[in-house]
Design a protein around this ligand. Structure first.
Ligand SMILES: [Zn+2]
Length: 382
């Protein structure tokens, strides 16, 4: 028992030292001694051990007013890297990130999705080529996260629902058997929400709604993604908005996706791209302006329904939310307030990070975040 306690204290001190260097990017023995409740000999011992593991490295000396100049230690951001891969109908995109979440490389291949061996061989080849070009030893690659438009089984072994690309039942083994690194499948909207949390540490509870080619949602509860037992929490895109309404790709009718996807927004407007559509809608084009207003009405009803189950803030992300103006957000808030069952409800509809490739980043973070949690513990989140 005493040994376990001693080990835990030793581990905590190591996490404190590394956490301080991680957050300040670099530090010296003296600075660490002033900032942390740890003796200088113990700090020295930890610095030596951390240097041996490659997580920190010596990087010059501090300026000094006489006397010995202090050695500076920097966090080795590239001590580990993680890769995110997005699989879409017409392309795959690969991005690599360091331990600060900085993108260090990326590429896209235009290959049409096909649920066959040839396709998976091509994906594996692209992933292996990409990781080989990163210039880091394979042992430093934490893993490859595949952001997929589908729902993953609780054990992560296969897709339980993949109707967008027609790959329900696809196994992780089939995708990863020729890849040289650990791999995992992750529902793309859950990946985007992981990135949302990384980019905004103030989020505690929220329902995230990603408005893109298709709609995807995720629930954040207590500062974590709450996927639920069968990893299907927050699949609001298939809530019924209109009984016997428009066809949804899930096989049912009237789902939220059928009214709030990219295709639904552009329908019958004659516009073939979102930027073009929003330019016209904001410029006063009556057809596009009316369509946008209808779209925001459906979105308001969807948000009202979400709020009856989880009464947290709503974070809107994806390309459509990125292009919506502040006025559009104000209209959406008004429409939602007008149909509220509880008019005293206080909540906000917030624009999310809306960063490009957010799901790819999140898929890579699914490896980076646990690694940092392990190495610097509670200090991984400032
Ligand atoms: Zn549906």
């Amino acid at each position: 028992m005493k040994i376990a306690t001693t080990t835990a204290i030793k581990e905590q001190k190591r996490q404190l030292v590394l956490g301080h260097i991680y957050h300040h990017r670099h530090s010296s023995r003296q600075e660490l001694g002033q900032a942390l409740p740890i003796s200088l000999p113990t700090i020295t011992q930890n610095l030596n051990e951390l240097e041996e593991t490659g997580l920190i490295r010596r990087s010059g000396f501090l300026d000094s007013n006489g006397g010995r100049r202090a050695q500076v230690y920097s966090f080795a951001a590239d001590a580990r890297v993680a890769v995110g891969v997005e699989i879409l109908g017409g392309s795959i995109a690969l991005q690599a990130y360091d331990l600060y979440g900085k993108r260090i490389a990326g590429r896209t291949h235009m290959i049409p999705y096909d649920n066959g061996d040839e396709y998976y061989e091509a994906v594996s080849r692209h992933v292996n080529d990409f990781t080989a070009c990163l210039g880091v030893d394979g042992s430093r690659i934490l893993g490859v996260g595949f952001a997929v438009q589908g729902i993953v089984s609780p054990d992560g072994s296969h897709l339980t629902f993949g109707k967008i690309l027609g790959n329900t039942g696809l196994t992780l083994d089939r995708l990863s058997e020729r890849i040289d690194h650990p791999c995992r499948l992750i529902h793309d909207s859950h990946a985007s929400a992981i990135a949302e949390l990384w980019l905004n540490a103030n989020i505690t509870n929220a329902t995230c709604v990603y408005l893109d080619e298709h709609v995807g949602c995720a629930v954040i509860s207590g500062g974590r993604i709450d996927e639920g037992e069968n990893l299907r929490n927050g699949t609001c895109e298939h809530m019924t908005l209109v009984i016997d309404g428009a066809e949804c790709y899930c096989g049912q009718r009237g789902c939220m996706d059928a009214y709030t996807s990219r295709k639904a927004l552009l329908a019958e407007t004659g516009r073939d791209g979102l930027s073009d559509f929003f330019t016209h809608a904001h410029g006063g084009d009556p057809v596009c302006a009316r369509r946008l207003d209808e779209y925001l009405t459906y979105l308001a009803y969807a948000i009202k329904n979400m709020r009856t189950v989880l009464s947290s803030d709503i974070i809107l992300g994806g390309r459509i939310a990125y292009l919506m103006s502040d006025d559009d957000f104000a209209v959406l808030r008004d429409k939602t307030a007008a149909i509220a069952s509880f008019p005293d409800d206080r909540f906000d509809i917030i624009r999310g990070a809306c960063s490009q490739g957010q799901n790819i980043f999140g898929a890579a973070l699914s490896y980076i975040k646990p690694f940092l949690d392990q190495e610097i513990g509670a200090y991984s989140r400032q």
